[in-house]
Design a protein around this ligand. Structure first.
Ligand SMILES: CC(C)(COP(=O)(O)OP(=O)(O)OC[C@H]1O[C@@H](n2cnc3c(N)ncnc32)[C@H](O)[C@@H]1OP(=O)(O)O)[C@@H](O)C(=O)NCCC(=O)NCCS
Length: 406
């Protein structure tokens, strides 16, 4: 294979299926026709990049055009949602991913998107490309019988199971309200709702029930929604089912509590499993948080593609501006001294804190403080008080949260 020259380009329309199939081969999965059409309907061809060995796609990456990612301070920025990343087993460890990543990030930059975000299949892959852990993920695998809300005034509101069509009318406005307040959430367009979140093809069920759409009202007003499935299981005549919660979103703390009360109240279930719930609230709402069996992973990775745009897009708390001395092995345009806080931008002033662009990504949405980065050897204080001042400027009231997988 050595000596073979690869070509890097977007697929033509009639090459789309081959490219998506190559990604599936990289993951050892089968591409169903239904999923092919789903992706074809929404993924812009020019956001797909493949490495070609002759006429065969051997490496792939693509990016969703998320028009708005909620940032600290209430603003938003466009973010490229990196997906489909894979290299055929026959072509691995010869730099194809590295080349795809470099070209893709340049493309994202040219589109004027200052940020790229992704969920990684394996944690060690993306740090080398300047991505940092930005939205840590928590999951629960909870014992249903051990669920009790703290200081519980008793059930309120009503939950209705609605159809997929009704869900499409009722749920998006609720997400809009929540994502405007919540750093890390993305804007979902109609296709995203219809083709991915609400859709329920049989082959996605993996032996579980169809998807159920639960709609919560409090005092007659829309207040929350949940998407879930039930997988029946019986052991020695006893029901031991699993409930899989895909989304549980309340617009107020009360609504969130009511949704979880509903989900934990479903009969024939022994365990309630949820990926990416808003655990920050959940663990404090219940009597016995240990039996939620919360586990963590690094979650969403963020690449600051254009530091100038990224620093200008987010808001800061009041306080003295700080100067960051930033390194970036891939993109010279990001390296150097940058002022954050009032009048963010390039500066010649003395720096307060030195760190890599990947580590700044870990502080950018408020997931980690600058002191935490320093404690891990990932940031260095250059002027006394620099870490504390940077933390005060960047701090956010709630941890970032991204309920969408992509
Ligand atoms: C992950 C994957 C895309 C890497 O592709 P690749 O073309 O082999 O990657 P490269 O040759 O450009 O590797 C670049 C570097 O990353 C390292 N690397 C690549 N994949 C890695 C992994 N899974 N774990 C740890 N390191 C990895 C390589 O060792 C190499 O390091 P080096 O520069 O120090 O030698 C490929 O292994 C794959 O398709 N895996 C299965 C699907 C998958 O996990 N995709 C990612 C989805 S988020």
């Amino acid at each position: 294979m050595t000596g073979v020259t690869l070509e890097y380009r977007s697929p033509a329309a009639d090459e789309f299926a081959d490219v998506l199939r190559a990604t599936h081969v990289a993951f050892g999965e089968e591409l169903k026709d239904d999923d092919l059409e789903r992706q074809r309907a929404v993924m812009p061809l020019d956001r797909v990049l493949a490495a070609w060995d002759g006429a065969t796609p051997v490496g792939v990456t693509a990016s969703w055009p998320f028009s708005e990612l909620t940032l600290p301070g209430g603003g938003t920025a466009p973010a490229a949602g990196i997906t489909w990343v894979g290299v055929l087993p026959s072509h691995r460890r010869r730099g194809i991913l590295t080349e795809l990543m470099r070209r893709q990030l340049e493309d994202v930059h040219e589109r004027g998107e200052p940020l790229a975000i992704l969920w990684a299949s394996e944690a060690p892959i993306y740090g080398r490309f300047g991505y940092g852990i930005a939205i840590p993920e928590t999951s629960i695998d909870a014992e249903r019988g051990a669920f009790t809300l703290r200081d519980d005034p008793g059930p309120r509101g009503t939950v209705r199971l609605v159809t997929e069509e009704e869900a499409f009318e009722l749920f998006p406005p609720l997400h809009e309200r929540v994502r405007a307040q919540r750093v890390g959430a993305i804007r979902r367009d109609d296709d995203w709702w219809k083709l991915f979140l609400l859709a329920d093809p049989e082959h996605w069920r993996e032996g579980a029930s169809p998807k159920y759409y639960a709609y919560l009202e409090l005092d007659g007003e829309a207040a929350g929604y949940a998407l879930y499935r039930l997988k029946s299981k019986w052991e020695e005549g006893t029901p031991r089912g699993d409930l899989f919660v895909h989304q549980a979103v309340g617009i107020t703390p009360e609504a969130t509590a009511e949704l979880w009360r509903y989900l934990f109240g479903i009969d024939l279930v022994a365990r309630v499993k949820a990926s990416r719930p808003d655990c920050a609230a959940l663990v404090l709402m219940v009597e016995d948080s240990r039996r939620l069996h919360v586990s963590g992973a690094e979650g969403v990775w963020l690449r600051i593609v254009a530091l100038e745009g990224a620093l200008a897009a987010r808001g800061y708390n009041a306080g003295e501006a700080v100067v960051l001395e930033v390194t970036d092995r891939m993109f010279e345009r990001n390296a150097g001294r940058w002022r954050a806080g009032t009048e963010p931008g390039r500066t010649d002033d003395d720096a307060d804190v030195a760190l890599d662009v990947a580590d700044l990504a870990s502080a950018y949405l408020g997931a980690f403080t600058f002191e935490q980065l320093a404690a891990a050897g990932r940031a260095r204080e250059l002027r006394p008080g620099g870490l504390a001042r940077a933390t005060a400027l960047f701090a956010t009231p709630l941890p970032p949260w991204c309920p969408d997988a992509f």
